[in-house]
Design a protein around this ligand. Sequence first.
Ligand SMILES: Nc1ncnc2c1ncn2[C@@H]1O[C@H](COP(=O)(O)OP(=O)(O)OP(=O)(O)O)[C@@H](O)[C@H]1O
Ligand SMILES: [Mg+2]
Length: 108
Amino acid sequence: MKLILAIIRPEKFEDVKNTLERRGYIPMTVMEVKGRGEQKGIKLSYRGRTFEVDLLDKIQIEIVAKDEDVDEIVNIIAESARTGRIGDGRIFIIPVEKSIKIRTGEED
Ligand SMILES: Nc1ncnc2c1ncn2[C@@H]1O[C@H](COP(=O)(O)OP(=O)(O)OP(=O)(O)O)[C@@H](O)[C@H]1O
Ligand SMILES: [Mg+2]
């Protein structure tokens, strides 16, 4: 089992979620987060003035998946979340030792 932790643009979330659902990947945990990547702050112009934004709004998706599903899930997220511009996001894959369903005590 792996934890797939993806940090993406908020405006891409619906696309990513719907594509995952169509391909049969339903369970997920979603968080509104703030972050920055390699470019640190970005500059925004508003009414002729420039503002530096240090941390940008992102959506973090967490999916615990079987090893054999990881590549497909990562591909779906990467393809659905990509614009080709800086700030498209990052995907991290982390080993998971155990998962317990509280209702039944069932372990995966
Ligand atoms: N090394 C990291 N550790 C933790 N979070 C990260 C890391 N890199 C990126 N993130 C998270 O991912 C979000 C999106 O990152 P971003 O897409 O800007 O990555 P990048 O490596 O700078 O790629 P790009 O050059 O395409 O912008 C960040 O706002 C941050 O929340
Ligand atoms: Mg970046």
